[in-house]
Design a protein around this ligand. Structure first.
Ligand code: 6R9
Length: 649
């Protein structure tokens, strides 16, 4: 923990939502005094309602909280139509392709494209409440598709383009999707890659999907399934540019987004309309200080929550210009990101610590070659940032002027929960600082007592908030069990994030990372259970345990301890590692590949058969084993594992 404090350069902020910490504390107190009233006032100010809500918060069926019940709205209307009066010719989306190709889509054009897409979806038989899976590259049509679903009240489920056919199939089946929207493929580092063949494979033996809408992007050859596959480029031409927005209830589902938990298959996190869009927009204003003339760039993929809230919904609800990028930040060279910031005069840049560390490593002085003076705010998200990366971001990228907003939040929270306010909060490098006003994030023990400074505790959110997860699609019991069964406050179950955290003496929050069996590789959440299930499919594997190991660039990497069925297979390690990674790519995707595998004689288990992952984590880190191993069924296995791991290095 660094105790240096960086104060905001106030001259960068003309009219921020919070000018200083007094204003922050005033707002926090306002929420404390009148929780519902304060949220209600914000909802009335920020949302263009078709019908105002009756009640701000309905707690009658907690933890299935409902917000702004009785209210009617449409999220695509909130993101597009209501801006047309003043901003029809303003750039809504600026898109840059892998090869530098550019497209600017104004709000009026966005309106027309989304309406055409909405009409096309209707023609394909999609109705309010139907699920649509979007498996797309980072092209504007992906955003049109999301907004078109929102327009007609269909529930989208975006699946990251890096997921395999198996992973895609699981998500299609779980959501019982009627339509899949995809592209032939796209470009990455100057080369075409394919998506449609993955969809074809995912749909083998699946009969619930009636139509696959294919957008042309890289024009590579693909197969067409008669009667099922339709060409977006052909059919879109005949669609009307007008489509009445469906009148949605505040609590109708807006989208599902699958994310990894500590056990079992990925969970379909369900978000709703009004609360989600309110917080997406408000955090753009509070945390990113988004102003009318700003150009804002978030480098996430739309397959993750950051892409949903902070490339599409938040910026557009705020009437901003959002940059969408198809390529990778290091191609054609390590100056790509900085060149784009210079070219578009980006004011807010939002990326992940992994990207910051990588860009630092391959081109520490590269930012100095570009004019980055337009930048005001630098954001980071997805994993804990380390002080060294933070300082490089601050000094070299931000020229020592910009506010860094280290935003802590999750798929389940919908938007930022803990973050500095750029014009107000004195920042300590690598601390997410304080909860945003209205968010009661607290570090507590299981009984709800606030932990003392320097002590680790559970990072919980002790009051419901508008953009919170509503349930896990099709599995309400798992929703309660996953999030509302670990900690209580005043006898009432509270939301537990899965992260551990600490306060320092000044009350700053320091996130220490997941306390459950979720591994965070390059800001991507992966469940150990999913990876282990994939590895177990290898015929020679008897047992496996997977843990996270600290990694200089990706934050964590995957370390697998594998017990083989027969020692005869030892000696074939290189082949086995290759085969195991092939299975992982097929079952989940390349993002879940293991970096290290140790072939060990056994796993450290308690007498009740539970794998002691803490020991395995310590061994992977090269730490001394401090835990008591006497409760293990076979304590000698620990020594044997250490010997194997040491011999691998
Ligand atoms: C938005 C997003 C959520 C998990 C979360 C935590 C980690 C996110 C962080 C952070 C430290 C930050 N995380 N932001 N850890 N500092 N600023 O990433 O959602 O993919 O659901 O991951 O990411 O561990 O629990 P998601």
């Amino acid at each position: 923990m660094l105790n240096e404090v960086y104060y905001p350069h106030k001259e960068l902020f003309k009219n921020p939502a919070f000018k200083n910490m007094c204003e922050y504390h005033d707002k926090v107190r306002e929420f404390e005094k009148d929780y519902e009233g304060t949220w209600g006032k914000l909802a009335r100010e920020k949302i263009t309602w078709f019908r105002l809500y009756d009640k701000v918060l309905d707690e009658s069926n907690a933890p299935f909280y409902k917000w702004f019940t009785g209210g009617k709205l449409n999220v695509s209307y909130q993101c597009i139509d209501r801006h047309l009066d003043k901003k029809k010719n303003k750039a809504a989306i600026i898109w840059e392709g892998d090869n530098g190709e550019k497209r600017v889509i104004t709000y009026l054009e966005l309106y027309k494209e989304v309406n055409k897409f909405a009409n096309l979806l209707k023609e394909m038989g999609v109705k309010k409440g139907d699920r649509v899976v979007i498996y797309m590259p980072m092209i504007p049509e992906a955003a049109f598709a999301m907004l078109a679903c929102a327009r007609i009240g269909a529930i989208h489920s975006v699946v990251f383009g890096g997921f395999s056919a198996e992973a895609l199939k699981d998500r299609i089946l779980d959501a019982q999707a009627k339509v899949v929207i995809t592209a032939d493929g796209a470009f990455r580092k100057g080369k075409p890659y394919m998506l449609k063949p993955v969809v074809d494979k995912a749909l083998e033996g699946v009969d619930i999907v009636e139509k696959v809408i294919v957008v042309e992007r890289n024009n590579e050859d693909i197969e067409w399934v008669e009667g099922r596959d339709v060409s977006y480029n052909e059919l879109i031409q005949n669609q009307s540019t007008e489509c009445e927005p469906e009148v949605m209830d505040s609590e109708d589902p807006l989208f599902l987004l699958y994310t990894s938990g500590s056990t079992g298959k990925p969970k379909g996190v369900q978000h709703s309309q009004a609360g989600y869009i309110l917080w997406a927009q408000l955090t753009m204003e509070w945390v990113f200080d988004i102003k009318d003339n700003d150009t804002y760039w978030c480098t996430a993929d739309i397959g993750w929550i950051t892409g949903h809230t902070y490339i599409v919904y938040g910026p557009l609800a705020a009437g901003a210009t959002t940059v969408m990028f198809e390529g990778v930040l290091t191609y054609p060279d390590s100056g790509r990101a900085w060149k784009m910031i210079e070219d578009y005069r980006i004011n807010q840049f939002y990326t992940a610590p992994t990207a910051i560390r990588l860009l630092n490593k391959i081109g520490a002085d590269e930012p100095k070659k570009y004019d980055l003076s337009s930048l005001r705010i630098l954001g980071t998200v997805g994993e804990p940032i380390d002080p060294a990366a933070w300082k490089w971001y601050y000094d070299v990228v931000g020229g020592g002027r910009c506010s860094i907003v280290d935003t802590w939040w999750q798929t389940e929270t919908g938007g930022h929960m803990i973050s500095p306010l750029p014009a107000a909060t004195p920042i300590k490098p690598a601390s997410a600082t304080f909860p945003l006003p209205g968010i009661f994030a607290e570090i507590i023990d299981e009984e709800g007592n606030r932990v003392k400074p320097g002590e680790k505790g559970l990072l919980c959110i002790t009051k419901p908030w508008p953009s919170m997860i509503r349930t896990i699609w099709g599995d309400p019991e798992r929703f309660v069990k996953s999030y509302f069964s670990t900690a209580k406050k005043n006898g009432k179950p509270v939301y537990f994030s899965g992260d551990g955290a600490m306060y320092d003496e000044d009350g700053y929050i320091w996130i220490t990372g997941r306390v459950d069996d979720v591994i965070n590789v390059s800001g991507h959440r992966l469940g150990t259970a999913e990876i282990e299930a994939a590895i177990k499919k290898h015929p020679h594997v008897a047992e496996v345990a997977v843990v996270g190991k600290p990694d200089e660039i990706t934050g964590e990497s995957i370390f697998a301890y594998v017990v083989l069925k027969s020692t005869d297979d030892l000696g074939e390690e290189v082949e086995l590692i290759k085969e195991i990674n092939e299975i992982i790519s097929k079952e989940i995707g390349n993002i879940a590949k293991v970096k290290d595998i140790a072939f060990v004689p056994g796993l450290p288990k308690t007498r009740s058969g539970k794998i002691m992952r803490r020991i395995l984590r310590a061994i992977a880190k090269g730490e001394e084993i401090k835990q008591d191993t006497s409760t293990l069924e076979d304590p000698s296995v620990v020594e044997a594992i250490i010997a194997v791991v040491n011999s691998c290095e």
